[in-house]
Design a protein around this ligand. Structure first.
Ligand SMILES: *Cc1c(COP(=O)(O)O)cnc(C)c1O
Length: 471
């Protein structure tokens, strides 16, 4: 260790990074080298090479350990709301607003008119009021009431908070066909148990009728819950009452109906070729009393959970002390407000996720062809444009795919798996997929600005043979 630190090769590094940081890096590199030697991975020759390479390895180690861990990547998978890749990229307006609010003080909880303390939820309430203005709940007294909405950390938090507020100590009736797991570890029965509500399962996996819910209602019933199946589809001999039927039943028995919808769809996707996707408007139109949606699924905004519904129920949810623990920060409000503003202005193309969904396959074909033309001919590399499917992802529209054109690549020197991992090692890393023994890139999820870096990453992936990095 001392010998390495004293070597003249590391003098500049020591000067620049300081003794403590450099020593840590040297320790890590030497430990790795020791392990490789004792495991027999290195013979005399390669061991000597590795020892000579210590200063370079220390430099590499320093660079990696000082790198940020959260990195931007190029998503060439064609999965638009890829949960593992951060779901929705934000609109330019949202980013601008977010950075302005982040860099400065704001009126987050300050009423500029009165000069007194304000509430943070007013910032999106104003826009949600406008977006949801067409919906009215009938009130006992005869007046109609518009829905209200509050924002929490994500849809999982929204469901948990709503169940805890409205059903703790009581029963919630759910169809056996909707006891689903969504994404990593969001399981309806588990969330229900933690919320303090008791699950009352009705019906069967494939068929549940209105009468099943009806028979299960008792004095202890607090909610009828519908859960959007999100990431899987059921076909064949199936039956499920429409939301409207459940609402009728609930109203006749004085039990509110809640829907865990997941996707925050606010637009009609039929023009993009996606039929029957059911969003926030459809749920409220059916009269559902409380709807939980996700801010970063089809809404295309930041991670957030929106609970929209009947005023008196939302008021109770807001008063739950857990709301304070699940509330969102000013950055989320800024990004969400700006995203919702685009909906109010009907400026849908400002929202990247919607833009990608609405991009026609013909446009992607053109981009794929000119992309390959720019890549040019590389010996040993075979490319073509083939038909394929993009996926909405994020647990929305499980059966909904969009026709697309894929750039398909094979290479004489590298397997597809190796190309995939070499692309991930680029800067920025590129995430692609394999289909029919080809590496495929779907430009639907690659912004025009990212085509240049993607081209460079691809060229260096297929061309260079990277030096082995022993230590
Ligand atoms: C995605 C999803 C959730 C979880 O949403 P997050 O915002 O990721 O917490 C809950 N319920 C349904 C039906 C979903 O599709």
């Amino acid at each position: 260790m001392d010998e390495v630190l004293r070597s003249s090769n590391l003098a500049a590094t020591l000067q620049r990074e300081g003794r403590a940081t450099t020593s840590d890096a040297v320790r890590t590199v030497l430990e790795r080298l020791r392990q490789e030697i004792s495991s027999g991975a290195l013979d005399n020759n390669t061991a000597q090479l590795a020892v000579d390479g210590i200063p370079a390895a220390v430099e590499r180690e320093l660079r990696q350990s000082l790198d940020l861990s959260l990195r931007r990547v190029i998503n060439a998978t064609g999965v638009i709301l890829h949960t593992n890749l951060g779901r929705a990229p934000l609109s330019a307006g949202a980013i601008e607003h977010l950075s302005d609010i982040a860099a400065n003080y704001s009126n987050l909880e300050f009423d500029l008119d009165s000069g007194e303390r304000g509430r943070r939820d007013v910032h999106v309430q104003r826009l949600l009021d406008r977006l949801l203005a067409e919906h009215r709940y009938p009130k006992a007294g005869g007046d109609d009431a518009a829905p209200e909405a509050i924002v929490v950390n994500n849809c999982a938090a929204a469901v948990f908070l709503a169940l805890n507020t409205l059903a703790e100590g009581g029963e919630v009736i759910v169809s056996r066909g909707e006891l689903v797991e969504i994404g990593g570890s969001f399981r309806v029965p588990d969330v229900m148990a933690k919320s303090g509500a008791r699950l009352r399962e009705v019906g069967t996996t494939n068929r549940t009728r209105r009468s099943d819910y009806e028979k299960a209602i008792t004095d202890n019933t607090r909610l009828l819950l519908r859960v959007h199946r999100s990431n899987f589809a059921m076909i064949g001999f199936t039956e499920q009452p429409a939301a409207r039927e459940l609402v009728e039943l609930g109203r006749s028995r004085g039990v509110p109906v809640m829907e865990d919808l997941g996707n925050g769809l606010l637009v009609d996707l039929t023009s993009a070729g996606i039929q029957g996707e059911y969003g926030l408007h459809e749920s409220l139109r059916a009269g559902v009393d409380v709807v939980c949606v996700s801010g970063d699924k089809l809404l295309g905004g930041p991670q957030a959970g929106i609970i929209a519904g009947r005023r008196e129920l939302i008021k109770r949810i807001r008063a739950n002390p857990l709301f304070r623990a699940l509330r969102v920060d000013k950055l989320t409000y800024a990004a969400l407000e700006s995203t919702l503003l685009a909906y109010v202005k009907q400026d849908y193309s400002a929202i990247p996720a919607l833009r990608m969904i609405y991009t026609p396959a013909t446009e992607i074909r053109g981009r794929a062809k000119s992309f390959l033309a720019r890549l040019g001919t590389i010996p040993g590399v075979h490319t073509e444009v083939v038909e394929g499917k993009s996926v909405i992802g994020g647990g929305t529209a499980p059966a909904a795919t969009l026709p697309t054109l894929l750039v398909a690549i094979t290479c004489d020197h590298h397997s597809c798996e190796s190309l995939l991992s070499r692309l991930r090692a680029q800067s920025p890393p590129v995430i692609a997929r394999i289909e029919d023994d080809c590496l495929v890139l779907d430009l639907r999820t690659v912004s025009a600005d990212d085509e240049g870096p993607l081209l460079a990453a691809l060229a260096s992936t297929v061309e260079t043979s990277q030096p082995s990095q022993t230590v």
